[in-house]
Each structure stands twice: as C-alpha cells, then as structure tokens.
Design a protein around this ligand. Structure first.
Ligand code: PLP
Length: 377
C-alpha cells in the first residue's frame, strides 16, 4: 500500500500526460508557453478568482504574495502554529516577524479566539505593526474564514490564504483559493493537484496586485519592457512542461479524483467511528475538505505510537504531520515562546497520525487499515 500513489495516477492518465510533455518538447517553448496561460485561466475560473499567477512553488507563491502586500521589517504576520514550515518561512525571509497562533482543537486550523488574543498582544506591546493573517487550510479543510474575516476587518489586516494542501476544498459554494485578499496553492507532486516537480500559483481579484505579481515573478520587470526593471523581484515561473502535465491532471481532479478521495475519507470515517479511543477528522457543516491528509487522533502519544507500529508491521505507511509546532522549531528558537501558549498544537503533535489516502486507494485497503487500527488501539 502506498501513502500517495502517483504511479496509479500515471497509469490511468499515461496517454494524455505523455502527449502533453511531448508537445512541449516539440514546441520548445519551455518558459511561459501556451499551456501556462491555459492552466492559469482554467484554475482561476475553477476557484472563482479573476486571476491566477502561476510560479515555481508554493513557497515562492507565499513569498510573492507577501512582497505584493509590501510585508517587511517591523510587520507582524500571524500564522497557525501547527503547519508546514513553509507557511512561516517566507515572512521571516522578508524580515517580518512571524507570530504563531494556537489552533482549534477540533479542526486543526487557526483558532479565531487565539488569533484575536495574539493580535491584541502585538498591538499592546507596540513593537510591530500587525499586517497579515496567514490561515492554512490544513489537511484539505478550509479554515474558518467567516471569523477570520471579521477579525481582519476589526484590526485592518490583510488575509493571505495558504491553500497548498487545500485545493478543491470549499465552504458553501465558495472554493478554496478564493478566500481573503490573496490565496496560494502548491503543485508539489503529493499535493491534491500535483505536477511532476515543483510548482505553485497565486490567486487574486485585484488588478493592481495581479500586475505586481506578474512583475515580481519575472525579476520585477515593467509590463512592456523585459529589460526595464521597476523593482527587485525573483525568478519564479511555472515551467511549460509542468503546466502541460497539470492540464490533464486537473481534468481528472475535477471529473473524479476529488470525489474518489472524499469517498475513501468517508469509508475511513464510517469504519473508525465505531472504534473507541480514536477521533476522526471533523468537517464542519457546509465545509468540504479535499482530503489531502486523513489525520486521526488518539488519546495519548503512547497509543498513537503503538498503532503506528502495528500498521508499519503490516507494511502500511503512515506519517506524523506535524511532530512539532512552528514555535518549537530550532529555526525559530530566538522567538522564545512558551509552549503554554499553544496547548492545542502541542497536544496535536503528540496524538495525530495521518493514514494512507489518495483517489486511487481501494475501499478494501481502507478497510484493512481500519481493521488493524481497531485491533491495535
Ligand atoms: C507544501 C506546503 C507549502 C509549500 O509548497 P511547496 O510547493 O512545497 O513550496 C506551503 N504551505 C503548506 C501548508 C504546505 O503544505
């Protein structure tokens, strides 16, 4: 059994993907070829944004977005403590201060109450300007954008949605990558919509932000002259080959993959809900997750580790996303923040376990995983 099965996906889509790659090689338009613009248009339409600006990775998408929002030294960026390091890193590289915020115990996403408290604290301290809230749609579930929107409005902050794991999720009829002022996603191979290398995209509705992002991803060039540079940018474009690979993959994603992966999540939830001492993922009413990870929780660290070992003995791969919070990372040791501020994150790091899940996982495999868990918990 595989944790993510990219080979199964390739077997299914081989003719389309091979032809797409071949045609880019024949055209020799490796940078900003036609498939890049085609993909950007399709993605923007799908998520319900005016513009999609593709780039070289999800990490770059975050950096470009923060640059477009003029984030720098003296600014505070509020990030959930329980996330992949990339959510925080770009702000730090730009000289801004990352303020980790504890998560909601049931959704794993940023806690609006903790967010409000942290913003108030930063204002009271008076050393930093609160600038951006950077919620993450962790494991595929959109964060609570209603509450986050209210808080952003109250304090005059921008929202940058990190949907690297969230592409395809939704709240009501609003899709992930359409929340807040700017949204980003990643096309890293194991993400919900992945390419065959690194890739990412930024989504906006605002025309000025769009022009700025297009300039920033190409060294800060002016709109009509490549060698007239109006500011310092970076080199971060999505390769034409990656865009060409993504086009048939995106079609499969829309047509059946998103439904298939949700079906497997429902199978897990049905089987595991009957087992004691385990908490299945919570999807609030009206929300849809794209199920990039199916993450369960156990009552304590020993139980989690015991179940993980039992699964490993049967050659079932699992992962611990994430073993430490942002505030516990060595890279952030100067932050010197007490774990007492992050009780839900600390608890999650000790009790979570992510199970194999992808659109090509069979119901029989999900049954097998559930049975081993039931026997070992
Ligand atoms: C993967 C990921 C990123 C970074 O995306 P890359 O394409 O790997 O650079 C950012 N944020 C989150 C939450 C991620 O999971």
């Amino acid at each position: 059994m595989q944790f993510k099965d990219l080979e199964a996906q390739y077997r299914r889509l081989k003719p389309e993907i091979d032809a797409a790659i071949q045609s880019v090689i024949e055209s020799s338009h490796f940078i900003m070829g036609k498939p890049v613009f085609e993909l950007e248009e399709q993605l923007a339409e799908y998520v319900g944004r005016k513009y999609c600006i593709s780039c070289a990775s999800g990490t770059d998408a975050l950096q470009l977005s923060l640059m477009a929002l003029n984030v720098g030294t003296g600014d505070a960026v509020f990030v959930p403590d329980f996330t992949y390091i990339a959510s925080a890193g770009a702000a730090s590289l730009l000289g801004a201060s990352v303020i980790p915020v504890d998560i909601d115990e049931t959704t794993f996403n940023i806690s609006p109450e903790a967010l409000d408290t942290q913003i108030k604290r930063v204002i009271k301290d008076g050393n930093l300007t609160p600038k951006v809230i950077l919620p993450v749609n962790l494991f595929g579930l959109p964060a609570d954008y209603m509450e986050i929107g209210r808080i952003a409005c109250k304090y005059g902050l921008k929202i940058l949605e990190d949907s690297a794991q969230g592409f395809g999720g939704s709240i009501g009829c609003k899709k992930a990558c359409s929340f807040g002022d700017i949204s980003v996603t990643s096309f890293f191979p194991a993400k919900p919509l992945g390419c065959y290398g690194d890739g990412g995209a930024v989504f906006v509705d605002n025309d000025e932000l769009k022009s700025r992002l297009i300039s920033l991803r190409a060294q800060g060039r002016s709109a009509d002259d490549k060698y007239d540079n109006i500011e310092i940018g970076i080199n971060s474009r999505l390769d034409t080959i990656q865009a060409a690979v993504l086009l048939p993959k995106f079609k499969a994603f829309k047509e059946y993959e998103l439904d298939a992966v949700n079906y497997i999540a429902d199978v897990y939830t049905d089987r595991l809900s009957k087992v004691g001492n385990i908490t299945v993922p919570y999807v609030p009413d009206g929300y849809r997750s794209c199920q990039s990870q199916y993450t369960v929780r156990f009552k304590d660290e020993n139980t989690r580790n015991r179940v993980r070992k039992a699964l490993a003995e049967k050659e079932i791969p699992t992962n611990i996303y994430y073993p430490r919070g942002i505030h516990q990372q060595k890279a952030y040791e100067k932050m010197n923040r007490s774990s007492l501020l992050y009780p839900n994150t600390v608890k999650a790091t000790q009790t979570v376990l992510s199970l194999p899940i992808h659109p090509y996982l069979s119901e029989a495999d999900a049954d097998k995983v559930s049975e081993i868990i039931a026997e070992s918990v």
